[in-house]
Structures are given as C-alpha cells and as structure tokens.
Design a protein around this ligand. Structure first.
Ligand SMILES: O=C(O)C(=O)C[C@]1(C(=O)O)C=C[C@@H](O)C=C1
Length: 357
C-alpha cells in the first residue's frame, strides 16, 4: 500500500465520519427543541458518561478509553452548544489550567469568559451572566484552594461536575538554543514543580528566573522577546504562539488538579458512579463526639467518605467550624437519604455528580 492510497482511504472515512456527525447533530437539534419546550436541562453528564461507557465496553479497535472520551467529550460540547449556546466563566487568565479544564468539558465551541478571581466566577454564575463556572478546588500536591471552599458555603450554587487534569508544564521559547536564554518567566509554584528540569538544563548557564503572577503572563512575555522563555501550560503556549521546546518538564507526573463546574439549581440523575458533596453545619460541635457521631452514620450506612475539610464558621469570636464532606453515591440513593432525613437542618447538599478518576 502506498501513502497516497492509505490517505485516500482516510479521506473517504473522514467523509463518512462528517456525514455521520452531521446526522447526529440533526438528532441533537431535535433533542434541543424538545428540551427547550419542556425547560429541561441541556447538560447531562450522566448521559454522556453512559455513552462513553457503552462505546468503551463494546469497543474492540485501537481506541482506548481516554481516546474515546477525548473525542466524544468534544462531540458532546458541540452538541450542547447547538442545543443552547451556553456561556462558561472560568478563573483566568486565558491559558490558565482552569481554562484547560473548562475546555476539556465544554469544548472548543463554547462561549468562554475569563474572570480574574474565584469570587467573580461564583458571582457571574449566581447572577445568571453565565450558565457554568469553572474553578480549581484542590491540587493533590499543594492541597485545597481555601477561597473556593469558603465560597461554596457563602454562595448558593450547585456542583454540576468535577474535572481532574494532570498538571503538565511546557518550556516555551522562540529561542533554539538554551544558552541564548537570558530570562525564564513563570509562577513561583511552577518553578518549584519543575526544579529538576531547571537545574539539569540550566546548570552553568546564566538565565534568570523571573516570577510573574500567572503562567499565561509568562507565555505572553516570552512571546515578546526571543531570548526569553516561559514555563507554562500547553494551552498558554498555544494561545500566545510560543514554540514548545520541551513538554512535560514537571518533576512529578502525579501532579493533578481537581476543578468544579458550578451552576445554579443543578441536579444530575444517578449515573451509577457518583460522588456527593455536602456542607455540614453541625449543631453544638463543642460538645464531645458530635462530629464523630455524624461521620459514623456514613460508616453505618456503608458509605465511603472521600473527603472532609473543616473551615472556620466565622460566627463571631468563637472557634466553631463547618465541614465540607464528600462521599461516594448519589443523593437520591436510600442510604444517603437516611442520613439526610436525620440531619436535614444541618446539612446542605451541593450536588451529586459523576465521579472521575
Ligand atoms: O441526551 C441528551 O440529553 C442530549 O442532550 C444529547 C447529548 C449528546 O450529544 O448525546 C448532548 C448533551 C447532553 O449533555 C447529553 C447528551
């Protein structure tokens, strides 16, 4: 087989793929009409998961689950946009890891707004200026984002979905020779997380490390001068058109950040693999065993707790706390209902959503 004949077969399959995708979009358009006439929710993560699970389970070709997921999440994003163009706010600037997380869920065709603070993302969802907001909630090496956790208590928003993305850094520069580089821009945390690459590559060289407020800003600066470089996300290097000289330069490939997708009054149907986040403001936490007894109820119902964070209640000069608790399962399931029935007044459910690895 020649390259030309293989390419011509690929062309013909691509034609068929496009025809099928257009047929799919015709159906999606009808789903959109139906949903709009009944005021039904457009974004249904549990249905998307069901489709990906089904395709993965019946698949016997070369595509692995991650590949199927990447392609179909983009198809769903285009579908949702066709059903109802939705605006998505994320913690900016453009090219941030949160932008990358937002794009991984809402695709290339959504209407994005980069906002400067986590609070402004919450507020734009709250006021209805955008339908969804994407914020970072924790990093598996650095811990929780306190501001985000506190705003979950302060504001009245739901969690529609979670996204976890590996934090990969790239070394982007217009320079072809490391010895020509005089300044490397990045965020201090990124310098820390890429320290091995930096000491191996710049040992004996004169480059100065310049901390800036975001890795996107670093990419922007590196785009302006050929003898500089940025340690930044892939998406930032792409956005500012700075060539990537080295990819995945982080010390640990275990570095992952978890993001939440926020919406107003959002409820998912059970998917079979859900997680539930709740806020617990337990009465009388000064008396012994109140928290322990509450947590034991999860154990008694055989519910696996995945997270518990305590945060100050800030109700005067006291040392009282509220808790963000996450557990496996969907709020509609009887075990969880049992606990909620008992503690209804003290507990607020933020959402049940598909649990991702
Ligand atoms: O099944 C639906 O509810 C749809 O709106 C269709 C569709 C799809 O493209 O398959 C699109 C968006 C939803 O998030 C889930 C699935």
């Amino acid at each position: 087989m020649t390259l030309e004949s293989l390419r011509s077969e690929i062309d013909s399959l691509d034609d068929q793929l496009l025809t099928l995708l257009n047929q799919r979009m015709e159906l999606v358009r009808k789903v959109g009409e139906l949903k709009r006439s009944t005021n039904a929710v457009i974004y249904r993560p549990e249905r998307e998961k069901q489709i990906i699970d089904r395709l993965h389970n019946q698949n016997n070709g070369l595509m692995n689950r991650a590949a199927i997921e990447a392609i179909f999440l983009e198809i769903f994003a285009v579908s949702r946009n066709l059903e109802l163009p939705e605006r998505v706010a994320f913690l900016g600037p453009e090219g941030s890891f949160t932008h990358q997380a937002a794009e991984s869920r809402f695709g290339a065709m959504s209407n994005y707004v980069a906002l400067p603070t986590i609070r402004s993302v919450f507020e734009s969802v709250e006021t209805g200026r955008v339908r969804f907001g994407v914020i970072p909630i924790e990093n598996n090496q650095e811990g929780i984002v306190e501001e985000a956790i506190d705003l979950l208590l302060e504001k009245d928003l739901s969690i529609a979905a979670e996204v976890k993305i590996p934090v990969h850094f790239t070394f982007a520069t217009q320079s072809e020779n490391l010895a020509d580089i005089t300044h490397i821009y990045s965020k201090d945390i990124a310098f820390r997380q890429c320290s091995r690459f930096l000491s191996d590559s710049f040992d004996g060289l004169q480059a100065e490390m310049v901390p800036v407020e975001s890795t996107s800003k670093a990419a922007k600066l590196a785009a302006q001068h050929p003898h500089t470089a940025a340690i930044c996300s892939h998406i930032a290097a792409k956005l500012f058109d700075v060539p990537i000289l080295f990819d995945n330069i982080e010390d640990s490939d275990l570095n992952r950040t978890r993001f939440l997708i926020l919406a107003k009054d959002f409820k998912n149907q059970p998917s079979g693999n859900d997680k539930t986040s709740i806020i617990a403001k337990l009465a009388n936490t000064e008396s012994p065993g109140v928290l322990a007894k509450f947590l034991q109820e999860f154990d008694a119902q055989n519910i696996n707790l995945t997270k518990i964070e305590s945060r100050p209640l800030r109700d005067g000069a006291t040392f009282r706390y509220w808790f963000l608790i996450e557990c496996e399962g969907h709020v509609n399931e009887p075990h969880l209902q049992e606990i909620l029935k008992k503690h209804g007044a003290e507990v607020k459910v933020l959402g049940s959503y598909v649990q991702v690895e």
